[in-house]
Design a protein around this ligand. Structure first.
Ligand SMILES: CC(C)(COP(=O)(O)OP(=O)(O)OC[C@H]1O[C@@H](n2cnc3c(N)ncnc32)[C@H](O)[C@@H]1OP(=O)(O)O)[C@@H](O)C(=O)NCCC(=O)NCCS
Length: 201
């Protein structure tokens, strides 16, 4: 089945948010922010739509993978080199969309953001893979692999960084040359352990 990847446009945001919300429904980081499963499932699509629209789309690094009929099956949210650290002005603009998603979990979300930012490497310049997800009915068909390899192939001389949220996914990223450089323990919820991974140029 031929897979195509392209840069997301504003009209893709809701589809991207739906795919990522389903993919991250039981993700350890999302579960730390919203321990209540019902609330988490209700909040995630809203959160991802706000996050993509306000933080990631402007950098031009959000990629979608589609099937031969153009249906969106996978999403990779990348920030270009030097653009992972979001300016406060964007956060302020995003608040009207973010606050209804986080509600009483806003403090937990800010703690997660601060912890990830503190561990984020300052050098070398790198692409940052903030989120990647494939629709659960279409896993194992190469969508995520295509999204990662197209991004890396487009800029092979620049490093890439990500935070792996599940131990079982480490080997998935290792296929593309990422290596674990350390661990991060989130100080909220069930305090999940995460793995920082870098791919050198
Ligand atoms: C992780 C995820 C993005 C992989 O997406 P996918 O489209 O199913 O992956 P692909 O089909 O491109 O897989 C490519 C290869 O990696 C393998 N692979 C897929 N998931 C893997 C995993 N978790 N661990 C190890 N290998 C994996 C596939 O078997 C395939 O191998 P092959 O080329 O030898 O057949 C998907 O499972 C997902 O959305 N998970 C939920 C969200 C999530 O965990 N995101 C990442 C947070 S760190």
């Amino acid at each position: 089945m031929p897979i195509a990847t392209r840069i997301a446009t504003p009209t893709d945001v809701d589809d991207c948010a739906r795919v990522l919300a389903a993919a991250f429904a039981d993700d350890p980081v999302m579960s730390a922010i919203w321990p209540d499963q019902h609330r988490r499932h209700r909040a995630l699509a809203r959160y991802f739509a706000a996050s993509i629209r306000n933080f990631h789309l402007p950098g031009g690094g959000v990629q979608v993978a589609t099937d031969e009929e153009g249906h969106l099956r996978g999403v990779a949210v990348w920030d270009p080199p030097g653009q992972w650290d979001q300016p406060i002005s964007r956060t302020v603009r995003a608040l009207p969309e973010l606050v209804p998603a986080f509600r009483f979990r806003t403090t937990a979300a800010l703690t997660v953001r601060r912890t990830l930012d503190e561990h984020h490497p300052r050098t070398p310049p790198h692409w940052y893979l903030a989120n990647i997800g494939t629709h659960e009915d279409h896993r194992g068909q190469g969508y995520a692999a295509q999204l990662i390899s197209d991004r890396l192939a487009a800029d092979p001389d620049t490093a890439a960084y990500l935070v792996c949220t599940r131990e079982k996914n480490i080997s998935f990223y290792e296929q593309f040359g990422f290596e674990v450089t350390g661990t991060i323990t989130l100080p909220v919820g069930a305090k999940p352990m995460l793995w920082a991974m870098i791919r050198e140029p």
